[in-house]
Design a protein around this ligand. Structure first.
Ligand SMILES: [Zn+2]
Length: 150
């Protein structure tokens, strides 16, 4: 099996990788950011530097999973609906369920299932709390309404 080196798209450092890691995602050993391992095309402009600049990357965490952006978005909406305004909770539900579907279809490449489920639960609580508040307000107003009528 062959090896090659490629540049981190974030910090530009050369990273050594194995042929079978090509096309997979991992974490850069220098900057810690998620990078896509891409084998440079032979004779391409991005020439690999001298070997001493290439850091050995033993046991690269090739199967690092990227968290679903939809799940994160769902959580933001859910938190907002929970703490500020319950009217955005349908968005949290929508994004939460879409995130779950996206994660299911990603064949293990996306994480964030827990985040999506948390978002959905938070959104449901927000809706229930809003309904509860409305019912509570009506009951609270009831005596006043009665007094007005009679
Ligand atoms: Zn890097």
């Amino acid at each position: 099996m062959g090896t090659f080196s490629f540049k981190c798209t974030n910090c530009g450092k050369l990273i050594g990788a194995r042929d079978e890691w090509n096309g997979k995602q991992s974490v850069c050993p220098y900057c810690g950011k998620t990078v896509l391992i891409v084998k440079p095309v032979e004779g391409g402009g991005e020439a690999a530097g001298p070997p001493d600049q290439v850091q050995e990357w033993p046991g690269a965490p090739v199967n690092v999973r990227v968290s679903s952006e939809l799940a994160t978005k769902a959580l933001y909406y859910a938190l907002f609906s929970f703490f500020c305004c319950a009217f955005v909770s349908p968005f949290a539900l929508l994004y939460g369920f879409r995130a779950l579907e996206e994660i299911k279809n990603s064949e293990g490449r996306l994480s964030g299932r827990g985040t999506a489920i948390t978002a959905i639960i938070l959104a449901i609580i927000s809706i229930l709390a809003m309904c509860g508040n409305m019912v509570f307000s009506i009951f609270k107003l009831q005596p006043q309404i009665n007094q007005l009528t009679f």
